[in-house]
Ligand binder design. Structure first.
Ligand SMILES: Nc1nc2c(c(=O)[nH]1)N[C@@H](CN(C=O)c1ccc(C(=O)N[C@@H](CCC(=O)O)C(=O)O)cc1)CN2
Length: 287
């Protein structure tokens, strides 16, 4: 039976440390500040942004939640981003995804000052990550959170065969880069990959982020594999399932993240952690 990689517990530890650091910076006259832009009325996005706002306030940060109707124009969002770029009390800006069709996520994300791009989705910060550049820069929160869980459970990446299923800018691409930067051999696959299940069976570590419920089962895993399930799929009964069939996979894997309570809670904890880091780097001129 696999070890359960407890994201909820790990997130709670990170939040404690973040609160201390936020208080320390506030005492020095720099209260970390985050601004979240929400467009439209997607129910999941409303919950996630409300949770981000509450968590930031709870950890002692300044938090602004800017809500726009789904009919808002791209120029209005670009104006808002520019205002927040100029606001010295805000160290972290994020635009909640997904966005309505008239707004191009790449354009609005790239308008965020790279030093405030707490999601790490801008071309500048993605470029730094893919170039494995030295120095401080923000990295996408879910992938960074996955690396924190692996470190917490002392799961080493060096020399390991990793298969990432899902090629999004949110998760698949940055997590592949982070793992390459830690000397793993990474195959970045998608749901259209030929013989996907033959490939996943070769992985020492598998990350699944496709949005397809129960795509991967125990039969598709190598004995003893480490399984990171990024999927959050809500069934008609309201129950959450991952992209991995937990019951069969946990009999074959050596370690596995549950859904809920695995990768999900790490996303917001890492967002808070990175907001404080951005505030700290702003004092140190990026160092
Ligand atoms: N700008 C961004 N947009 C989106 C991101 C992101 O990182 N930046 N990620 C997701 C949504 N997301 C945060 O924004 C997020 C997803 C899931 C969770 C979470 O805690 N999940 C829980 C279950 C929660 C539930 O009951 O629904 C879990 O897995 O245990 C937090 C944040 C897309 N958009």
């Amino acid at each position: 039976m696999a070890i359960i990689l407890d994201g909820k517990g790990t997130a709670a530890k990170i939040n404690e440390a973040t609160k201390l650091k936020a208080n320390e910076l506030t005492a020095q006259g720099v209260q970390p500040g985050i601004a979240v832009i929400l467009v439209g009325d997607d129910p999941a996005s409303q919950i996630y942004t409300r949770n981000k706002h509450r968590k930031a306030v709870n950890l002692g940060m300044k938090s602004i939640l800017k809500k726009f109707p789904s009919s808002v124009s791209q120029d209005e969002i670009l104006n808002e981003v520019e205002k927040l770029n100029q606001d010295d009390s805000i160290h972290a800006i994020l635009i909640q995804l997904p966005l309505p069709a008239q707004i191009d996520a790449t354009t609005v994300t790239n308008a965020i000052d790279p030093k405030k791009d707490v999601d790490g989705f801008s071309s500048v910060n993605l470029g730094k990550l893919f170039g494995n550049q030295a120095g401080n820069y923000p990295v996408a929160c879910t992938p960074k959170g996955i690396m924190t869980i692996l470190r917490e459970y002392k799961i080493d990446l060096s020399g390991k065969d990793v298969v990432v299923v899902g090629r999004s800018v949110l998760v698949g691409r940055p997590v592949a880069a982070l793992m390459i930067n830690q000397d793993a051999t990474v195959t970045l696959a998608g749901i259209k990959t030929n013989n996907l299940k033959a490939l996943t069976k070769t992985a020492d570590i598998i990350v699944v982020a496709t949005g397809v419920a129960n795509l991967i089962s125990g039969n598709d895993l190598k004995e003893g594999a480490v399984v990171i399930d990024v999927g959050i799929n809500r069934g008609e009964d309201g129950k959450l399932t991952g992209d991995v069939d937990f019951e069969s996979a946990s009999k074959v894997a050596s370690a596995i993240t549950p859904v809920p309570g695995g990768v999900g809670p790490m996303t917001i904890a890492t967002l808070m952690q990175q907001t404080v880091e951005l505030a700290q780097w702003s004092i140190n001129n990026g160092k």
